[in-house]
Write a protein that binds this ligand. Structure first.
Ligand code: HEM
Length: 481
């Protein structure tokens, strides 16, 4: 089959075809090393639409962001969930949901995502604030004001992991914090390190110890345990209630679904929080503007920031932090490398512009790679430079970005697109805002002298927010004013 697949030649009406010399792998190695440079080089030679053989799959890349809307709105012949429905169960260890064994389950799961928005988002945002303060206070605010040192990524992940966990799943019935949180986080990081290989369908038994770690992670979410926790979000409660409707889902299957959502809720958020903090801390002038904005929103609401008192910020107040939001968006622009994937359900002709069509074969993947757009100098001047106020103009959010003189409908896509767009995006932005707000009002933060800048680890190209390849040492102390 592989040889037959490799023998494919370009037919009339199809985009240029790039196969490489190694059957099956095709261009996988080059793509994996540096996807952005790889795609830019092929765009230069082959134009803005081309097909590449990557790890046994023919992937057609639509590079020109002006063409994105034609793919995003195209529902009939392009399947949104086929890829994730195939890959997620094997990665997280639950039975295939759309196998016919669980009628209505995929639809109910999709519907549950609405609890990450609207009124429930307000509740989650409020609860997140309390949880962030709890962890910051107990682990980082000792009341003394001398400098202390810490690794930046370590700080981000330990605070955000636990606060997000408590907000989503709730707390034990008799205490505020779960025992075993540090182990859970470390196990999740170990699993997450293998995530690119699991997604590439390397069997889990080949990845030393990963299966046992995944089982340990799954066991943390046994339905009997979850049901004893309090302050659980409506989102998780609703999902637990949905799973109860299916006798064919065993307790461990249900637990595996909960574990998958834990990964979805922190897998990208933790590195995204890191980059948002990192760029601010290494740009003290940007940090000063953002801190000033936070202080003035607090002041206008009559709030005095006191580390010993609870601080609550409404969604409306968070929405007014436009410099902060711009700085987060700018760090997402620089650090996100997700691939938006659609699978062709049949052979068909995909319209890309009024007069432009390409022939697509059944089973082929159509992909958008927004990192190429995020780094396009025509859209973003000096794209490799961090400009904290890039998404801010005349006192409001800047939303007009252009290519070829035409305004782009999609210009920033860290959260995917169309019907696979991340349902947790509002919560994610809010929680990063809350984390940074508390950090900036409680602490002075500086990078220690002699630290090398962080570089991105390319291994997650295509899968979401890139991780830092190395950590960076900071010092922090309680703010005096
Ligand atoms: C899906 C990014 C945070 C829950 C996605 C996808 C992307 C993404 C790109 C789409 C994958 C695809 O195209 O198939 C991010 C980023 C985040 C973030 C960059 C943080 C900065 C969150 C949070 C939650 C969450 C906090 C939950 C609380 C989900 C879920 C899906 C998803 C459940 C799957 C949706 C579906 O199956 O239709 N995310 N995400 N995400 N995300 Fe997020």
């Amino acid at each position: 089959i592989l040889t037959v697949q490799f023998r494919r030649t370009r037919k009339h009406g199809e985009p240029p075809l790039i196969k490489g010399w190694i059957p099956f792998l095709g261009k996988a190695l080059e793509f994996g090393r540096d996807a952005h440079t790889f795609l830019a080089a092929h765009e230069k030679n082959n134009g803005d639409v081309f097909t590449v053989l990557i790890a046994g799959k023919y992937i057609t890349f639509i590079m020109n962001p002006l063409l994105y809307p034609y793919v995003i709105k195209h529902g009939k012949q392009l399947d949104f969930h086929e890829f994730s429905d195939q890959v997620a169960p094997v990665t997280f260890g639950y039975p295939h949901v759309s196998s016919g064994k669980f009628p209505g389950l995929p639809e109910q799961i999709q519907k549950s995502f609405r609890h990450l928005q609207g009124e429930n988002l307000d509740c989650m945002t409020q609860s997140m604030m309390g949880n962030l303060m709890l962890v910051f206070r107990q682990d980082y605010l000792s009341g003394e004001s001398e400098w202390r040192t810490e690794s930046m990524y370590q700080l981000c992940i330990s605070v955000m992991f636990e606060a997000t966990f408590l907000t989503m799943y709730g707390k034990p019935s008799h205490t505020n914090r779960h025992s075993g949180m540090v182990t859970l986080r470390k196990d999740l990081v170990k699993f997450d390190n293998m995530f690119p290989l699991l997604i590439a369908r390397v069997p889990i038994f080949l990845l030393r110890g990963t299966k046992a770690i995944r089982q340990k992670l799954i066991n943390f979410f046994h339905p009997n345990k979850i049901s004893s926790w309090s302050n659980t979000s409506v989102f998780i409660k609703e999902r637990a209630a949905i799973f109860e409707q299916y006798d064919r889902l065993g307790d461990i299957d249900k637990a595996a679904h909960h574990f998958a959502i834990l990964w979805a809720s922190v897998g990208n958020t933790l590195p995204a929080t890191f980059w948002a903090m990192y760029y601010l801390v290494i740009h003290p002038e940007a940090l000063a503007v953002v801190r000033e904005e936070i202080n003035s929103v607090l002041k206008a609401s009559g709030i005095k920031a006191d580390p010993n008192k609870d601080l609550s910020l409404t969604r409306e107040q968070l929405d007014r932090l436009l410099y902060l939001e711009s700085s987060i968006n700018e760090s997402l622009r620089l650090s996100s490398a997700s691939m938006n994937i659609r699978v062709a359900k049949e052979d068909f002709s995909l319209q890309l512009e009024r007069e432009r069509f390409i022939q697509v074969r059944k089973g082929d993947i159509i992909s958008l790679y927004p990192q190429s757009m995020h780094m396009d100098p025509e859209i973003y001047e000096n794209p490799e430079v961090y400009k904290f106020d890039r998404f801010f103009e005349d006192g409001k959010e800047k939303t007009d970005f252009y290519k070829n003189g035409q305004r782009l409908k999609h210009y920033l896509m860290p959260f995917g697109s169309g019907s696979t767009k991340c349902p947790g995006r509002y919560f994610a932005i809010n929680e990063i805002k809350q984390f940074l707000t508390l950090l900036l009002i409680y602490f002075d933060v500086e990078v220690l002298e002699g630290q090398k800048p962080c570089i991105q680890d390319p291994r997650r190209a295509g899968l979401g927010i890139l991780h830092p390849a190395t950590d960076i040492q900071i010092r922090y102390r309680l703010r005096r004013d």
